[in-house]
Design a binder for this molecule. Structure first.
Ligand code: GLN
Length: 535
């Protein structure tokens, strides 16, 4: 079932198998018709996670990379749209040699081939495939069918794990396993029998419930794994392992179990998460936070995780507040709300809503010397604020919002002009990892400790080179650029001016993991901690 932590459960299964010394890769299948996740609004489907290759994918791919500390190739992601696109292209190229092209076997074969390719490309011993959506969804039948066929041909090398929600209606006072039983029936009708059932519930499930699930769902009691709510998602692999999941999985895959799981470093990080006592208070300013009465922090999951990695590695609990920038537009006095924060982050984004509010928050951070980290749009808006209020170009703007602005300090990248003219939006931004050269004696260099770095991008606009001289003369430092010096990748104020005012054109959050916090986030958190101390 979706929305109950399937991504974290999948990542945790991967982590356990990896901890036993196997090479693991993880794939995500999204059953929607979009060819990739790039054209979806974040309030619709959460964050768009960008792979090193530039493929725009589901946020779960980020979970896999963070948990397993691996870089996933584009072969590890597919959607109904991408599968059909590949099949239709083959059909148009006469690759099916005049045959009638059908869902079974041609489309299912495409899915199976992709899974095989991902396994080969990553040289994995074990390939974990997460099928998105909920059992019985009309949309994911194609993928359940492909999985059934893989199992038919390789029964000893495959297994099915079902994640099921066990409700606990307070009035009844008992955990109900009936929905799980029904879900297994539905899967059975598609020819699939789960080997392992992970029971997601508020509290740990008791032995009685385990036995009931085992009996009615046709699995062994030790293959029913309890997955209660946890304080931190990083606990999940350790909890699963305590419940014996690794042993069951390896047993069913006929792979030798290596007794002790070696969560090298993971356990240490989890200890830090639980031991941290001191807090830092951070404000994330932007939009996409609210839909109806809910706060949609899902839209920025990688940013949140990157903050956590840097904070816990520095023994701090991050307290994050989501501030809707429109609040600063309605009443400019509201910007004083930022006073109580130890650090401010402006994440990536698109369009004009709430932007003047963001710019006033950035101004507040600069003037009041509150550590500031700007991610992509957050860097562009930092440059605009600086151009307006320090350089005196009061009409400075981004062409994204005002194409007729007098001073377009942020302008459309040359290569993007044709795309927008022709209305070609899908997968046409500047996407994926690009190299960046870091300038000596800058905060960026302090953070990365090297000259050549590579980070992931997702944008159409960039700093307009016409303004670089003037901006630099006024005190803005471009501390990271493309190797040819043409694209501005990092902007900062010198430490003499401000404790930490840094923006990056790339998204550093995509390469952060618990065991390898991203250097920019790490340096930001360190500056935050220094400031808190000096207050
Ligand atoms: N809207 C900006 C651009 O396209 C920034 C994008 C982002 O923040 N990811 O350049």
């Amino acid at each position: 079932m979706s929305g109950i932590g399937k991504g974290v459960a999948t990542s945790s299964i991967g982590k356990i198998i990896q901890s036993k010394g196997y090479r693991v890769t993880v794939m995500k299948i999204d059953p929607y018709v979009n060819v990739d996740a790039g054209t979806m609004n974040p309030t619709e489907h959460g964050e768009v996670f960008v792979l090193e290759s530039g493929l725009e994918t589901d946020q779960d791919m980020g979970n896999y990379e963070r948990f397993l500390n691996i870089t996933l190739p584009p072969e590890n992601y597919m959607t109904t749209g991408s599968v059909y696109q590949a099949v239709i292209n083959r059909e148009r190229n006469l690759e099916y040699k005049g045959k009638c092209v059908q869902i079974i076997p041609h489309v299912t074969n495409e899915v199976i081939d992709k899974i095989n390719t991902a396994g080969k490309k990553t040289k994995a011993d074990v390939v974990i495939v997460e099928i998105g959506g909920t059992t019985g969804d009309y949309e994911n039948h194609l993928f359940t069918e492909a999985a059934r066929q893989i199992n038919l041909h390789h029964p000893d090398d495959t297994l099915f794990v079902m994640l099921s929600f066990i409700p606990y209606p307070k009035k009844i006072g008992e955990m109900k396993t009936k929905p799980t039983q029904q879900a297994v029936r539905l899967l059975n009708s598609a020819g699939v029998q789960p080997d392992i059932i992970i029971a997601r519930s508020e509290n740990k499930i008791d032995d009685k419930r385990k036995e009931k699930i085992a009996l009615f769902c046709n699995v062994e009691p030790e293959a029913v794994i309890s997955a209660p709510d946890v304080e931190s998602i990083y606990d999940v692999p350790l909890n699963f392992e305590k419940d014996g999941l690794g042993k069951v999985i390896l047993g069913k895959l006929n792979l030798p179990d290596r007794e002790e799981a070696d969560f090298n470093g993971w356990g240490k990080f989890v200890d830090k998460v639980h031991r941290a006592k001191k807090k830092i208070k951070l404000a994330v300013v932007g939009k996409y936070f609210h839909t109806g009465d809910c706060v949609l922090s899902d839209s920025y999951i990688s940013v949140i995780e990157a903050i956590k990695h840097a904070s816990y590695n520095n023994d701090r609990i991050p307290e994050i507040d989501w501030l809707d920038s429109e609040v600063f537009e309605k009443d400019p006095g509201n910007v004083a709300l930022l006073e109580k924060y130890d650090g401010i982050i402006v994440p990536g984004g698109f369009g004009s809503r709430g932007i003047e509010g963001v710019i006033s928050a950035i101004k507040y951070a600069r003037k009041n010397k509150i550590p500031y980290l700007g991610l992509c749009y957050g860097m562009q808006l930092m440059v605009i604020e600086f151009a307006r209020n320090v350089l005196g170009l009061t009409k400075a703007h981004t062409a994204e919002i005002d194409p007729e602005a007098k001073d377009k300090v942020i302008d459309l990248m040359e290569k993007q002009k044709a795309n927008l003219k022709k209305g070609i939006y899908g997968a046409t931004m500047r996407l994926g990892a690009y190299p960046c050269k870091i300038k000596k004696d800058t905060i960026a260099q302090e953070a990365y400790q090297k000259e050549d770095i590579s980070e992931r991008h997702r944008h159409r606009y960039e700093v307009n080179n016409k303004y670089i001289d003037a901006l630099e003369k006024a005190g803005l430092v471009f501390s990271g650029t493309s190797p040819d010096g043409q694209l501005m990748e990092i902007a900062e104020l010198s430490r003499k001016e401000h404790p930490f005012m840094v923006g990056s054109q790339f998204h550093p959050e995509f390469t952060s993991s618990p065991l390898r916090p991203n250097p920019l986030f790490n340096e930001f958190v360190k500056s935050v901690i220094k400031q808190v101390k000096s207050k």
